[in-house]
Structure formats: structure tokens, C-alpha cells
Design a protein around this ligand. Structure first.
Ligand code: GLN
Length: 535
């Protein structure tokens, strides 16, 4: 097995995840089995307990593992579903070591951070490879070089390199700023981040130089001299409009060959045709479709919101590119919609995505009412479906004060309620990893719009929630035209609802966006975007 570690330098958020996903795709297209693993430095055992504003979206895998958005990048680029072996947080690593210590599995040794933690890190790396029978494991190290947080991951990398010199490669993704006051690209921060790596015993083999613009020869030379790399191993990675074009840009610079050469491997094939065609379709002109996303996770500008709903945005793109239209996404603050839902009239389609808690809930409900009454295509994702049911109960069934018990425990009409097993875990304050999580099957109802979109009788979709539609109200909802068109195989859980006589008004209890892939857009998003483009 070969190992590629990917680290970041200078600043966070320069696209290490996209870079890792792109390299994974390139190696796969060259005929190798790859398995990526994200090493997250935080002490949370998983991403499920983290605030999305701080950490971005929580990406859920089929097996229910709650991970960060990089796993989403890996799955989208590789077009493969990953599992718990493809993520490790520092918290989960410490937890295993401490559990083993408590079970006397270390035979009374004094359990030090080095080598017990580093050994556990390497065992996770090997497990990631074994679980996919991989030729190459890609290890993305969270955080930036030079900080305390990720130093044990780098130490594990150093130790593995000592043991298996020719099988271990290090790719450093760093950043060259162009300060506005100077107008000149500066390489010093990148030189320093490499020096930070050197200080912990790591010499990168390849540098991916992120910058606003491509690097010029003099910058490449300077970096090469100061880092001790041949200039050909410094790859220019300028900002791009379309992140899906990154693998192709790397391929143009011969990155695949350079990596394979360093690992002593030979390309078996080149298979980037489908990806190339997708990228081409994503860059074509087309009719603009205006989509509004109603959210609340934005306190520090639009950027954090985008990160909180990254899979939703990507799913919109995948479906739009397939249908030959250009999506234009606007963020709508739910609190403002409560006062003025008319601003939704200018959109071709509206999404209420997943969410938690009481804040801004009335604004979201107002938004749903407006699009329902005004025939604007609507897609409700998890909370977005639950709130559509609440709105319908109040305004069509006339059930005054109907609500989800997540927001109003005293409501006369708990149309969305919590399952009994869930109440038990909450009483015990067991919040981590206890929601209805991961892939669950759903039967799709014959004759429904959704069934036609899927083109099959069953689906399996990813969940992350505690509350469900209350079955006591199902008949009333259906009689009034809000139909259950997807349900669990035992008929007990509502999975998809569809409103009759509306151009497109669909909600799902699961998150379809988590299974949308560039080469395989999700049927629900295809239906939604198609309806929006008709408006
Ligand atoms: N808050 C809702 C629940 O827990 C919806 C969660 C979500 O949108 N993912 O059921």
C-alpha cells in the first residue's frame, strides 16, 4: 500500500479538501484503487455536535457517521460512498486509546502520546486502506502547518516515512498572497509553512501553490530554492470559478505522472472522459434559474452560510448542469421573510433546507405558505419538509397552533413529534450520534411524481434528525392533498411528501443532497430544477 499525506499551510480554507479529492480522482482514473481519510484535529468525537456556522455542514455517510464537508468532496469527486473508516477525529483517536488503556489492553505500560496516539493514527490510516482494498491511501491532515493541533498527525506521517520511505509521499497545499497594497505575489508565507513542516521532520515532495493567479517562473524558482524541491514539483493552483475543473487543471500540469513517478507506480489507464464531459457541461451557457435558499446559519456574512449548506448548493449545480440551465442561488434570511414573504415572488424555486431549533421558524413557515399558495416550486429538506407539514396543518387543515414538538412541546396539534426511543436518549443527555442517522430505505408510491422521477420502486437515503411526521395526522394530510409518497418499508415513517395540484411541492425527511454526485444528480433535485426552469 502507498500513502499520500496532504497538509495545508499559511491559512485554512485554501481548498485542501478539493485538492485531496482531485488527486484521489486522478489516481482512480489512472487505474488505482484509492481510499481517502480525513484526519480532523478537533477533540469532538465526530462532527455531529458542532455548530455549522463554525464548522460548516455536517456530512452524513450511509453508515450514519457524522463527518465534515471534506467527505462530501471525496464522495462527489470519486463518485463512491465512503464509510466510518474514511474519517478520524483526534477526539475519536484519543477515545480509543483511553478505552484500550481502561481495558488493560496495553499491559500496564505508561501510555504516552507518542507512540500510542501516533500508532492509533497509523492504524486508522491502514484501516482506511484495507477497508477499500486500496492501492493508495490519501491522508488529508486538517489544520495548517505550524500549529499545535495537528502535530501528532504529522509525527505519524514522519514515522511512517522512516519505515516505508519509497511508499510515502507528502503533498503540501500552501498559499501565496497578493497583498492589495503591493500588487505583487509574495512567496515568503509559503516558504515559512514549508519550514514549519521541516521543523517537525517532514520534507514535502510536491507543493500545490494556491494563489489568486498562476505562479510565474520567478516565484516558482524562489520557492524551489527555498524549499529544496525541483521546480517541476511546484504545481500552480490558481483560484478557479469552477472547483470541478481542478482535477483537469492538475492533470494538464502532469501531476498524476509526478505523483506516480515518486511512488514508483505506472499509470494503468486514463479515464477522465466522463469527468471532462461533466466539466464542459458545467461551463456552458444556459437559461438562468433563480433559486432562493431560506436559512438561518449566517452570522458572519454569506460565506459561513454557504459552508453550512454546501451539499445543497452542489446538488443544485449537478441537476442544473445536467438540465443545461445556470443556477443563481440567493440566500434568504428567514427572519426577514416573516415580515415580507412577497420577496419570494422573483424566484423560480425555493428551498428550505435542514435545520434545528426554534429560531426563525415562523419566517420559514411564512415562506412555505407563500410558495405553496403562489405555485412556486418548493423543495423541503428534512426540517423543510417538517415545516411544510406544520404550515399545511395550520393553514389548510385549520389546526390552530399546530407545530413540531421540537419548538412547542405544549402544542394542541403535535403534527411533527419525537419518537419514543429518541425521548429516552435525550433524557439521558446522550446527544452525540443518537439521531436517526445514515441510510434508510424508503418505498416510493406508484403513480407519484417522485416515483416517476426516481424511475424505481425503492430508494435508500441519508438521514439526520430526531423528529418525524405524526402518523395520527397522516389521513387528514392525505385527504387534503398532501400525500405521503415515500415511506419506510414497515409503513411507520413518512419519508417523502408531495402536494397534489402544485407544479412541484415536495419534501423529504432525509437529505437527498448528500447523495447527489456530479456524474449522478439526485432525482429530487432534477425534478425541482426542472420545475423551476419551467416557471
Ligand atoms: N430539527 C429537525 C429534527 O431533528 C430536522 C433536522 C434536520 O433538518 N436535519 O428532526
Amino acid at each position: 500500500m502507498k500513502y499520500i499525506f496532504v497538509s495545508g499551510g499559511v491559512i485554512s480554507g485554501i481548498g485542501k479538501g478539493i485538492a485531496t479529492a482531485s488527486i484521489a480522482l486522478l489516481l482512480k482514473s489512472a487505474g488505482f484503487k484509492v481510499s481517502p481519510i480525513k484526519m480532523d484535529p478537533y477533540l469532538n468525537v465526530d462532527a455531529g455536535t458542532m455548530n455549522p456556522i463554525e464548522h460548516g455542514e455536517c456530512f452524513v455517510l450511509d453508515d450514519g457517521t457524522e463527518t465534515d464537508q471534506d467527505l462530501g468532496h471525496y464522495e462527489r469527486y470519486l463518485n463512491e460512498s465512503l464509510n466510518k473508516n474514511n474519517i478520524a477525529t483526534q477526539g475519536s483517536i484519543y477515545l480509543s486509546v483511553i478505552q484500550k488503556e481502561r481495558n488493560l489492553e496495553y499491559d500496564g505500560a505508561s501510555v504516552d502520546v507518542v507512540n500510542y496516539i501516533t500508532e492509533e493514527i497509523l492504524s486508522r490510516v491502514r484501516q482506511a486502506g484495507r477497508s477499500k482494498n486500496a492501492d493508495i491511501v490519501l491522508v488529508e491532515i486538517g489544520g495548517t502547518a505550524g500549529e499545535y493541533q495537528n502535530v501528532l498527525f504529522l509525527e505519524a506521517n514522519r514515522q511512517l516515512k522512516l519505515k516505508k520511505h519509497d511508499d510515502v509521499l507528502h503533498v503540501h497545499v500552501t498559499y501565496l498572497p497578493i497583498p492589495g497594497s503591493l500588487g505583487e505575489m509574495k512567496s515568503k508565507p509559503a516558504q515559512m509553512s514549508v519550514r514549519d513542516l521541516n521543523a517537525v521532520g517532514i520534507q514535502p515532495d510536491i507543493i500545490l501553490a494556491r494563489a489568486e493567479r498562476p505562479l510565474d517562473q520567478s516565484r516558482i524558482k524562489k520557492l524551489a530554492v527555498s524549499t529544496g524541491l525541483e521546480p517541476e514539483y511546484i504545481i500552480s493552483a490558481p483560484d478557479v470559478k469552477n472547483v470541478y475543473s481542478v482535477p483537469l487543471k492538475f492533470e494538464e500540469q502532469g501531476l498524476t505522472e509526478k505523483i506516480l513517478g515518486k511512488l514508483g507506480l505506472k499509470r494503468k489507464q486514463t479515464d477522465l472522459k466522463e469527468w471532462g464531459a461533466f466539466v464542459e457541461s458545467s461551463e456552458k451557457e444556459g437559461k438562468t434559474v433563480k433559486i432562493g435558499i431560506v436559512g438561518k446559519y449566517f452570522t458572519s456574512g454569506d460565506f459561513s452560510l454557504m459552508d453550512s449548506y454546501i451539499s445543497v448548493i452542489e446538488a443544485i449545480k449537478h441537476a442544473s448542469f445536467k438540465l443545461g440551465v445556470r443556477p443563481e442561488v440567493t440566500w434568504l434570511d428567514a427572519s426577514k421573510l416573516e415580515i415580507n414573504p412577497e420577496q419570494l415572488s422573483k424566484f423560480d424555486g425555493v428551498i428550505v433546507p435542514g435545520g434545528f431549533g426554534a429560531r426563525d421558524v415562523e419566517g420559514k413557515i411564512k415562506a412555505v405558505q407563500y410558495v405553496r399558495e403562489n405555485n412556486i416550486p418548493y423543495l423541503g429538506l428534512c426540517y423543510g419538509m417538517q415545516l411544510a407539514v406544520v404550515e399545511f396543518a395550520r393553514n389548510v387543515l385549520g389546526l390552530k397552533g399546530a407545530h413540531s414538538t421540537e419548538v412547542d412541546q405544549e402544542t394542541d396539534h403535535p403534527i411533527i413529534h419525537i419518537m419514543p426511543e429518541q425521548i429516552k436518549t435525550l433524557l439521558k443527555r446522550e446527544y452525540g450520534g443518537t439521531m436517526r442517522l445514515g441510510a434508510w430505505e424508503a418505498d416510493l408510491k406508484a403513480g407519484s411524481k417522485i416515483r416517476a422521477l426516481y424511475g424505481r420502486e425503492k430508494t435508500s437515503e441519508r438521514h439526520r434528525h430526531r423528529y418525524e411526521v405524526n402518523n395520527e395526522y397522516r389521513d387528514r394530510l392525505e385527504k387534503a392533498g398532501f400525500k405521503v409518497v415515500g415511506q419506510s418499508p414497515d409503513n411507520k415513517l413518512v419519508e417523502i411528501m408531495e402536494l397534489e395540484g402544485h407544479p412541484f411541492f415536495v419534501g423529504s425527511q432525509f437529505h437527498p443532497e448528500l447523495k447527489s454526485r456530479p456524474l449522478d444528480p439526485h432525482p429530487m433535485f432534477l425534478g425541482f430544477i426542472e420545475a423551476a426552469s419551467r416557471k
